[in-house]
Design a binder for this molecule. Structure first.
Ligand code: AOF
Ligand code: ZN
Length: 360
């Protein structure tokens, strides 16, 4: 009999763990809906579950707006409100403890009388850092942490990195031909197809800032926006120490927030800032400036010189490498991939092969 009970107990334990993961996965999907809208805040999703029924869902939708838990509680129908104290709250991040742009979520949880809370990650923000877990436990709430912690930490890798190192998370991106060239010398060269272009614009909309070197601006005249995907445009950044970029170039069209490291220009600019700077511009200084201006992520889109400078400095976190199917037979050589990369993901978009590498 004892053996039967033990088996029953173990099966229940496993099932519960799995159910926690099922609900947390839904929370992660909800959190992801905030991508490109909440940075430098984390993407957060929350769920209220009562006896196997989801009675509320919410996510942090925009920077400065209500947090996931608030939206989740607000989403509960009037006729289900009495079930809130009997429910489990699932949340991808420890609820906040502090008065920021919104009041503390932990107080909302206490006020609503929620009896059980399941969390993926502790909030590394020093204003929270485990204090909400403590406060809830002290109030008698059952708190479980670490459910799908790895997945949640990966989703918010930029938030975790920027809080820990006080620097933005840097993504290097380039497209190279099948024989390893970025393009023909001094000539705009198509490497990837139109569907990959859309994906790149999605990345742009999800990241806070985008940097490209002077030579790429002069050769490609990029707009550096997210027009093929929609959503918000990143802050555009380039270097123009020698004033080589003339006024007709897209980057000087004042259509999006832009930083130009170089001397002031004539003209009335509303969104374009000129930042007097030495040559070469210090990458540390650039990253510090981004962090101080609430930018948690930077996408570096070439060219060869800028990418190599970042690679050599070690000031990068992720590489997104697009490989086209055609060969060029010559031109500007693509950077060499550094040693010790971890291949996180690999997929095909039409004719292009895309690999996402993380630093070990
Ligand atoms: C939560 N739920 O959905 C999010 C949290 O400036 P505020 O008031 O928006 O606070 C931002 C901080 O709150 C952020 O740095 C992180 O520590 C936490 N984010 N917390 O309870 C959420 N987005
Ligand atoms: Zn909160």
């Amino acid at each position: 009999m004892a053996v039967l009970w033990a088996v029953f107990y173990l099966v229940c334990k496993k099932l519960f763990k799995n159910m926690h993961e099922v609900y947390m996965r839904r929370c992660l999907d909800l959190a992801l809906l905030g991508a490109g809208h909440v940075s430098p805040n984390p993407m957060v999703g929350a769920l209220l579950v009562c006896e196997g029924r989801i009675i509320g869902e919410g996510w942090h939708q925009r920077w400065g707006g209500p947090h996931a838990e608030v939206n989740c509680v607000r989403s509960v129908k009037q006729e289900d409100r009495h079930l809130i104290p009997l429910s489990t709250l699932y949340c991808t991040l420890e609820p906040c403890f502090h008065f920021g742009k919104t009041p503390p979520c932990v107080d909302l949880i206490l006020k609503e009388g929620i009896s059980k809370v399941v969390i993926a990650n502790e909030d590394p923000n020093p204003k929270v850092a485990g204090q909400s877990v403590q406060k809830m436990r002290a109030a008698g709430i059952v708190v479980e942490t670490g459910v799908l912690a790895q997945e949640a930490a990966f989703l918010n890798r930029a938030f975790f990195h920027s809080i820990r190192f006080k620097k933005p998370y840097v993504v290097l991106k380039w497209a190279q031909s099948a024989d390893g060239f970025l393009g023909r010398q001094g000539e705009r060269t198509a490497i990837s197809g139109p569907w990959t272009q859309r994906l790149v614009h999605r990345w742009r909309s999800e990241l806070d800032a985008i940097l490209t070197g002077t030579q790429t601006v002069l050769t490609d005249n990029p707009k550096l926006d997210a027009r093929l995907y929609g959503g918000k445009n990143p802050l555009r950044i380039t270097f123009d120490i020698e004033k080589k970029i003339s006024a007709e170039y897209n980057i000087l069209d004042d259509s999006a927030p832009t930083w130009i490291f170089g001397p002031m220009r004539e003209g009335s600019f509303q969104q374009t800032e000129f930042i007097p700077s030495d040559s070469p511009v210090s990458l540390e200084g650039l990253l510090n400036r981004l962090y101080e201006n609430n930018r948690a992520t930077l996408l570096v889109e070439g060219g060869a010189q800028v990418l190599t400078t970042f690679l050599d400095s070690g000031l990068w976190n992720e590489i997104r490498l697009i490989e086209g199917s055609g060969s060029l037979g010559g031109g500007v050589k693509a950077p060499t991939l550094p040693e010790g990369l971890v291949l996180h993901e690999q997929f095909q978009v039409d004719q292009d092969n895309i690999r996402i590498f993380l630093k070990r």
